[in-house]
Write a protein of this length. Sequence first.
Length: 216
Amino acid sequence: MTELEKGPRGLRRGRGARERILSASQQLFRDQGINCTGMDQLCAVAEVSKRTLYQHFPGKDELIAEHLRRFDPDILPEVFDRADLTPRERLLAAFDIHPPLCPFIAAAVEIHDPGHPARVYARDYKKALAARLTETAREAGATNPEQLGEQLALLLDGASARSRVLNTSTFSTAAAMAAVLIDNAIPTAAVPPGADRHLSAGTGPRAGCGGELSRR
């Protein structure tokens, strides 16, 4: 049975307080930023008392870190685990995920302390994403998979940041650039028979950001 929590307005809620707190943080951090979100506002949106919030999270730092951990724990499985796509197609499919702003970049911009748990997790996530791109590039037959993986990771981050600044998606341009990088990195002999070397982006899922990949 789900434990009932009593919110600040005296409402009995059947949904767990921890989940409500994390859902509220996801919404508020995305819409107004981490630094502009206070604990009082989080309590109000999640409909929990401040005591309940601190029972689940000792402080805001721990809440931010958990918010990031839940965002994409398996590193884009909807792209990299697709057996119906060739490795090259999976590399391009990564550009079909259009977050309004990568939450890991957002956290790194707002939190200045490089030792902050959220900054550490964001750094680890970005390294893990580059590693998955590198692994897929190796499967695709790239002559220098480490270099290609890092180039594609940089393109993804740049497209996310530029899309936020311009308030318009730049991922189609980034995908076209990625296709050139991929084709230059993969010898013709490594391309499976019948594969289209000039396949454009559009092979992957279009999700929403934050579990939410839209989500990343």
